[in-house]
Ligand binder design. Structure first.
Ligand SMILES: [Zn+2]
Length: 620
């Protein structure tokens, strides 16, 4: 075990896994390691070409590059001297492009398909082509997302995976997860390509190791096989919050078993959180997550901010009051030139917070957009008209037509409100549509297949006629009769059947187009808790901490606890934790909208709730 910074950063005698808690300076550590490699490595170009840095997302890649090249920073590297810094997925795609023929793809026009709706439909179609169930399709989707798909297997789910792969290759597309799965396949089957990439990754540095899943592990295992001592990973098992894609703290915990001779290192610093907030957060974490690998006591951590200020737990009488208080705190903090981060446990809480921020003239940014689905659907149809050969767009359009449009087949949701006969009929239609893929090839796209289908299936005829009407009316778009097109679009797609919805949509869109007035230096960032990683702010506000929302009962409670820990440890000065005594039931997971209890997580913090206006206490 290494706990001395210098020992960690200069150790080249074994693989290392460095546990770096919130604000411990892991970007700095990685940059330091890179800088030392470049300086001590003799011929600069030569060593540079053997360094590969894997970061979690594009933002993290950019932060790493900024850290290394910042003219005011510690390293001041000229941009051309940077080693390779990229995400695991872009490295995967690069490897796939070395030999796409291995997986039945063409080199030209190979793209990554990232639309989740399409992905879901493709899995369902693949399952239905094989006469399996929709559930088998969902299992296949998980199998790929978790990164442990087995090519040779008798399991239904992986047969679906292979059928899905066949459809995707007809369209010359791979999906997000395939970038890694296919890369591993190519490396395993092509020793020359493997050797080339091993040479380029003799020094393999990895950030956010706690978010790795099985396929990412397989990839770095392959790449580092000939040079294990160059493996340098940084992570924090307490911040492992991506189990939905197979991420698991086990890869951190078992690092020394996976790589014999490996060492753990610890960074005993916190340059971000006040000591008081960290004390509460760390005590909470250890009650819930017993395997925690990091430093267990705040007294063993060197804090820059030694303030013992505790988090502020605020009980609002209603969700309206809660949002108003949030807006007030955000506004006064921004006026004091502080940065503000507002976190919500689920997206549904965002619209009300946004509404209040707008009312209080607080500038904000939010990475979710709330354009009504109807407008997204209208846009899809218009895009499709210009690109009818796009099989995935055609597939989405067909789905819209049978869900709500001119070829409507009842039973879309297949829930309790549908009779078993309705569901049966619906599934039969979905299977017929799925099987259209069997006729798609490089010369026949999905739209031409359905247009030239010889059978007189009622649903196919309706889809065909509807789409032809739409295309024909679009001819008149150039000023002749736009009204006719909108009328057809409404009839065929099933949106705006009620004209007042059209008026409502126009109102919403025009509101979205009104620019925000920005008169302060900073703007408040609004995110879901899952997207909080990598972020920090002077003032962090978490809303919706009620018992039926946090922890989310559908998820693992230990991971939910880690998620709450990650959220709290974004704070650089103040942390406000909000819960409301009332919340509409369509937002919480429970039936009633009265008398909400605060989250058990708040009880575990051991802090009382108060309902005094928080801004008055915050100057203490
Ligand atoms: Zn599979």
């Amino acid at each position: 075990m290494l706990s001395n910074y210098k020992e960690i950063v200069t150790n080249f005698a074994s693989p290392i896994c460095v546990i770096a808690g919130p604000g411990a300076g892991k970007t700095h550590l990685l940059a330091d390691r890179i800088n030392r490699l470049l300086k001590n490595g003799g011929s600069k170009n030569k060593i540079r070409d053997t360094i590969c840095v894997l970061a979690f997302g594009n933002d993290a890649v950019q932060r790493m590059k900024d850290e290394l090249t910042n003219p005011k920073g510690d390293w001041k590297l000229p941009f051309p001297e940077l080693p390779r810094i990229l995400t695991t997925h872009s490295l995967g795609l690069e490897i796939v492009k070395e030999k796409p023929s291995d997986i039945g793809l063409l080199k030209t026009d190979l793209e990554v398909q990232e639309n989740h709706k399409i992905q879901e439909l493709m899995y369902r179609d693949a399952a239905f082509i094989l006469d399996f169930t929709e559930e088998d399709g969902k299992e296949a989707g998980k199998c790929k997302r978790y990164g442990d798909c087995q090519k040779q297997t008798s399991k239904n789910k992986c047969k679906v995976c292979m059928k899905y792969r066949e459809i995707m290759s007809k369209c010359n597309r791979i999906d997000f997860d395939d970038q890694l799965l296919f890369a591993c396949e190519i490396l395993e089957n092509n020793p020359a390509i493997l050797k080339k990439y091993q040479e380029k990754a003799k020094h393999l540095l990895i950030d956010e190791y706690q978010d790795f899943n099985a396929v990412q592990f397989r990839l770095i295992d392959l790449l580092s096989r000939e040079s294990r001592n160059g493996l340098f990973v940084v992570g924090d098992d307490a911040q492992s919050i991506y189990s939905f894609r197979g991420g698991n703290p086990k890869f951190v915990l078992r690092f020394c078993q996976d790589f014999p001779g490996a060492e753990f290192g610890y960074l005993p610093y916190n340059r971000r959180c006040p000591k008081g907030i960290m004390r509460i957060a760390l005590t909470f974490l250890q009650q819930k997550y017993l395997e925690y690998k990091g430093i267990r006591s705040v007294d063993d951590i060197d804090f820059t901010n030694r303030s013992e200020n505790a988090p502020y737990v605020w009980e609002a009488p209603s969700e309206l009051k809660e949002s108003a208080e949030v807006a007030k705190i955000a506004r006064s903090s921004l006026e004091e030139e502080k940065t503000v981060l507002i976190l919500v446990p689920k997206k549904d809480l965002l619209p009300l917070v946004i509404k209040k921020l707008r009312e209080y003239h607080v500038p904000y940014d939010c990475d979710e957009n709330f354009i009504p689905d109807r407008i997204k659907v209208a846009n899809l149809f218009i895009e499709w008209i210009g690109k009818q050969e796009d099989n995935f767009k055609t597939r989405l359009i067909i789905e819209q037509l049978i869900n709500a449009g001119s070829a409507k087949v009842p039973g879309m949701k297949k829930d309790r409100r549908c009779s078993s006969e309705t569901i049966e009929k619906r599934v039969a239609e979905e299977k017929k549509i799925a099987k259209l893929w069997e006729r798609v090839d490089k010369h026949n796209n999905l739209f031409s297949v359905i247009s030239n289908h010889e059978e007189t299936e009622a649903t196919f005829v309706k889809i065909r006629d509807g789409l032809n009407n739409l295309i024909n009316s679009y001819v008149g778009w150039e000023g002749i009769d736009q009204g006719e097109f909108v009328k057809q679009l409404s009839a065929v797609s099933g949106i705006w059947v009620n004209p007042s919805k059209l008026i409502e949509d126009l109102g919403l869109v025009s509101k979205l187009l009104v620019p925000q007035e920005i008169s302060v230096k900073h703007i408040a960032s609004l995110r879901t808790m899952k997207k909080a990683k990598g972020l920090q702010a002077d003032v962090v506000i978490v809303v919706g901490l009620e018992n039926d929302i946090v922890p989310d009962r559908r998820n693992d409670v230990v991971e939910e606890a880690r998620l709450f820990y990650v959220s709290m440890t974004r704070a650089q000065q103040s942390l406000y934790l909000f819960h409301s005594s009332r919340r509409p039931c369509d937002i919480s997971y429970s039936e009633s909208n009265l008398e909400k209890d605060r989250s058990v997580f708040l009880n575990d913090l051991g802090l009382p709730s108060t309902n005094k206006f928080p801004t008055s206490s915050k100057k203490i």
